[in-house]
Design a binder for this molecule. Structure first.
Ligand code: FAD
Length: 380
């Protein structure tokens, strides 16, 4: 067992996954979160089998909680926007579990965060702590927060602070994420309202006339609800938010020529949320001395492969495996370099692959993404 003093900035999916994995490994972990408490924001998260398998190893409590509140889509289906023609169909649920060791799970983002938070000692999460500056030396790291307090003598600092990461800026210089020209609409409707749409218990992606135009639907809340996720090009609106309301008429207007099954889904929406999508280029390095990054802090990506949260959870597991048994601060830089070497190629190629929005459009082999086991990949 190791007993390093580890600070994690950010209590999102990646930060809490890392907190659990590192706590299990016996380290002294504290999480610093800028929010005053956990808020129930967002709606969906689509976790593919690689993400669920990484999550499962964090403990039976988390695995059971995720399964209890989530849904298991029956298939992953691609349909063309105008004709409705099916261009690919992968069996998920039991078949994915047999093949990859875990099913696909679609879950409310807040339920996933609650499962991760409940498994970690709450008194180790410090709320209302916005990291503002970082000072690093050969011995360790110090964080200064907005309220002028400090966390000092950390053996490891992990930046899990999302796409606008302060830790990343401190490590590699300030650089802003880029607006992609794409906006996303999110809505949740009772499944009863859309039960006549074929395959409503599946994950279905309607491929639009241009790469950024798509509608995705899948079951949520054990199938009681259906989640609708639509993206389109719109250069004139730049707001990044989990809570900003969109306009359902505007939403329907964007997809007016789509197949009647797709339009029926949008017709069922009473309200919709809207956000602009941002991204960055892959980083050349994630680690420096006693500091490293994970999740959106190092590889924010477009949602087209549904891998952002999955990559954050995989990062957390591989990072904890590299720090397991490390008990001397002097060994930390080498452990963080090993973690980076194990993760950077996979995460960067998925980050770049997510831009094109072609993933499984006409079938193809999903094994290299869904078949990855973060708990088994060899540690160098
Ligand atoms: P975040 O979730 O951004 O968490 C960062 C945390 O750090 C937050 O709690 C924040 O408050 C805190 N923080 C930030 N700055 C500071 C600071 N200075 N000090 C202290 N705390 C700080 N991924 C999937 O796998 N499947 C999907 O279906 C999917 N759908 C998506 C749909 C949309 C519309 C979008 C935008 C993304 C989607 N993603 C999906 C991506 C996924 O949401 C992210 O990749 C994931 O949330 C990243 O987790 P994270 O913990 O790295 O960062």
């Amino acid at each position: 067992m190791g007993h390093l003093k580890i600070g994690i900035v950010g209590a999102g999916i990646g930060g809490l996954a890392a907190a659990n994995a590192l706590h299990q490994a016996g380290h002294d972990v504290v999480v610093f979160e800028q929010a005053k408490q956990f808020f129930r924001v967002g709606a969906d998260i689509n976790l593919t089998p690689n993400a669920v398998r990484a999550l499962d190893g964090l403990g039976p409590g988390i695995a059971q909680a995720a399964r209890a509140s989530g849904a298991r889509p029956t298939h992953r289906i691609s349909r063309m926007w105008d004709t409705g023609e099916e261009t690919s169909r992968l069996p998920m649920s039991d078949e994915a579990e047999r093949k990859y060791g875990a099913p696909q799970l679609t879950i409310h983002r807040a339920d996933l965060l609650a499962a991760l938070a409940d498994a970690f000692p709450l008194d180790r999460v410090r709320f209302d702590k916005r990291a503002e500056s970082i000072a690093a030396s050969d011995e360790g790291v110090c964080i200064r927060f907005k309220d002028q307090s400090e966390a000092t003598e950390l053996d490891v600092l992990i930046g899990a602070d999302g796409i606008h990461s302060v830790v990343r800026n401190a490590m590699f210089g300030a650089e802003s994420p880029r607006f992609t020209g794409v906006v996303a609409f999110r809505a949740v409707v009772p499944t009863e309202r859309v039960k006549d749409v074929p395959n409503i218990a599946a994950f279905t992606k309607w491929w639009g006339p241009s790469p950024e135009s798509q509608i995705v639907t899948f079951p949520l809340n054990q199938g009681r609800d259906t989640f609708i996720f639509a993206t389109t090009a719109q250069d004139s609106w730049h707001e990044e938010s989990w809570t900003t309301a969109g306009n359902v008429e505007e939403l329907r207007g964007f997809y007016a020529g789509f197949h009647p099954d797709a339009c029926a889904l949008l017709d069922a929406c009473d309200t919709v949320l809207k956000t602009a999508l941002y991204e960055r280029d892959p980083l050349k390095n994630w680690s420096r001395g006693h500091m490293t990054l994970l999740g959106d802090a190092c590889h924010p990506m477009m949602p087209f492969m549904a891998q952002g949260a999955g990559m954050a959870i995989e990062d957390a597991v591989v990072l904890a495996r590299n720090l397991a048994g490390v008990d001397k601060p002097a060994q930390v830089p080498a452990a963080l370099a090993r973690y980076e070497a194990m993760r950077i190629e996979r995460a960067s190629s998925i980050q770049v692959g997510s831009r094109g929005n072609q993933w499984l459009k006409a079938g193809g082999n999903a094994d290299w993404v869904y078949g990855y086991d973060a708990w088994a990949v060899p540690v160098a």
